[in-house]
Design a protein around this ligand. Structure first.
Ligand code: DAH
Length: 342
């Protein structure tokens, strides 16, 4: 009777273990058959009812079943671990033959390409490159540049102010960098300060509310307007090629005296007049002049000993000329089809 029970347990247990395909299931089978309340234990508890002759025989038979089950469970455990590893290796396999996703390599924006060239030229002439704040005090943007209260450029309709009393603003020009330079350096000074500037302009083919300028300034003994023109003409020829035609027109800026604007002959029409130059034949690229004695004085530099010149060029315009770009909006739109050409 007991022998049959043992045989039945062995058969069903070995069968279940052979078909088991998860480690958790294997553990419940072990508990089911070999655990304290398991089936084999239950049979062994009946041993007391047997005769003394039968007891060792059945004991041995029960032990055989136990060790058969134990070794079946052990080898099932090994088999399941191997299968699990196998599955994991299959799941995590990398197919090195699948083509990768192409990474698009960007390029430097043409305006920054032009700026790199401009910086190189000026660094070669001994200029130091300066960086400065875009959020500026009107004290530096206007007062120290000799643009008094009531000067039209200070108007709220032209300038982005942050506060009611017009003290803090987005700089409308890079010229305040002249003042920062004079406040922190001693002559001789040769600086170049590129950066963003902001004005309340509508967007069209030649205007944007944010654009870039490059400010330049030299302060030394015996500096003249001839040095200014010579330097700028040299830079323009290096940038646009020998024989590029420029012209200087008288103008007015509060911080220079005398003041001028420099035009370059239109790259698009060669001076005949076209939409790019608005029919003028010339494109205005910068304002310049001799640093006003009042500005030098406010910065603690004696105008009897030192003189200086300065300019502020429009970087977008310079880049348009350098790469023969017809519309300013192309510079800001960042259309990849346009940018890829440089
Ligand atoms: N800051 C002027 C502007 O934005 C340009 C300028 C004119 C800069 C004359 C200068 C200068 O340094 O000397 O229109």
């Amino acid at each position: 009777m007991m022998k049959q029970q043992l045989e039945a347990i062995r058969k069903s247990a070995l069968d279940a273990i052979a078909h088991c395909d998860a480690t958790e299931e294997l553990e419940s089978l072990r508990i089911k058959y070999l655990g304290k309340k398991g089936e084999l234990t239950a049979v062994l508890k009946q041993m007391g009812k047997l005769s003394p002759e039968e007891r060792p025989v059945m004991g041995q038979a029960a032990n055989e079943v136990r060790s058969a089950l134990e070794s079946a469970i052990d080898s099932a455990r090994v088999r399941l671990a191997a299968a699990k590893l196998e599955q994991q290796l299959r799941d995590e396999a990398v197919d090195v033959t699948i083509p990768g996703k192409p990474v698009r390599i960007g390029r430097k924006h043409p305006m920054y390409l032009a700026l790199d060239e401009i910086k190189d030229i000026f660094v070669g002439m001994g200029f130091t490159i300066l960086d400065g704040p875009e959020v500026e005090l009107s004290y530096y943007n206007f007062d120290r540049l000799n643009a008094e209260e009531g000067h039209p450029s200070r108007d709220w309709s032209d300038t982005f102010y942050f506060d009611e009393d017009s003290r803090v603003m987005l700089r409308s020009q890079t010229s305040p960098m002249q003042i920062h330079a004079m406040d922190t350096m001693k002559p001789p000074i040769r600086i170049l300060a590129p950066g963003r500037v902001y004005r309340k302009d509508e967007v069209d083919a030649t205007h944007s509310p944010m654009f870039h300028q490059v400010e330049g300034m030299v302060i030394d003994k015996g500096v003249t307007m001839a040095d200014l023109k010579g330097t700028l003409n040299t830079v323009i020829e290096k940038l646009y090629g020998k024989g590029t035609v420029t012209r200087f027109r008288p103008h007015h800026f509060p911080f220079t005296e005398p003041s001028c604007e420099m035009d370059i002959q239109c790259h698009k029409c060669g001076g005949k007049g076209c939409p790019t130059c608005k029919g003028e034949g010339w494109i205005e690229v910068l304002g310049a002049g001799m640093v006003h004695p009042k500005v030098l004085e406010m910065s603690g530099i004696d105008p009897e000993i030192y003189s200086g010149w300065a300019f502020g060029m429009g970087l977008e315009r310079m880049a348009m000329g350098r790469f023969k770009i017809a519309d300013l909006r192309l510079i800001f739109e960042n259309d990849v089809r346009f940018l890829e050409q440089f």
